[in-house]
Design a protein around this ligand. Sequence first.
Ligand SMILES: CC(C)(COP(=O)(O)OP(=O)(O)OC[C@H]1O[C@@H](n2cnc3c(N)ncnc32)[C@H](O)[C@@H]1OP(=O)(O)O)[C@@H](O)C(=O)NCCC(=O)NCCS
Length: 177
Amino acid sequence: MKPPEIFETHRLSLRPPQMKDAEAVFQNYARDKLVTRYLHWNPHETIEQTKTFLKRCVHVWQAGTAFPWVMTLKDTSEVIGMIELRIEEHRADLGYVLAREYWEQGLATEAAKLVIDWAIAQPGIFRVWAVCDVDNHGSARVLEKAGMEREGILRRWLYHPNVDKEPRDCYSYSIVK
Ligand SMILES: CC(C)(COP(=O)(O)OP(=O)(O)OC[C@H]1O[C@@H](n2cnc3c(N)ncnc32)[C@H](O)[C@@H]1OP(=O)(O)O)[C@@H](O)C(=O)NCCC(=O)NCCS
């Protein structure tokens, strides 16, 4: 099952990442320590790291193993973040990241809601889920506002190397039908 390549919300346009996005992704958020704090990767130190990551994004779309979209502002086409859906059997999970300059404007919720709504509407998908670090309050709120329920804590679930050397407890959120 492949989701649409293009999604539109009120303020955002989502499209598959391209290699030419490297400069914007690197400059706008991938090198930002605050943005990557609760992510499983370290901030990029060079644009080469961003290019390697984007190569993976292009590859996973072709392979159908994951579906990342860059979030661009409809007004300016600026690349301000990314959201990714992964489909496995009857389950789909998502993750997202947004440039710090655009936080607290409802944009992550807008993107997440669209992708979640699409996924749960698919006949073969019965569970859409996401996890976030127990200290990542912004992300937890995004998932709640996008219609998910907190179902528990996955103890020692993920490494978030910018917070701790040891695996972290994460909230698990889902929507099911
Ligand atoms: C988490 C993140 C995606 C939130 O994006 P955003 O566009 O600012 O979120 P929204 O504006 O849609 O906000 C949704 C809710 O979360 C709240 N919120 C956002 N950031 C918050 C923060 N740092 N602390 C507490 N609440 C926060 C908002 O106030 C809003 O709640 P409200 O309507 O009840 O006031 C963004 O901060 C980010 O990219 N962080 C770094 C990457 C990351 O952690 N990704 C998620 C990994 S699981």
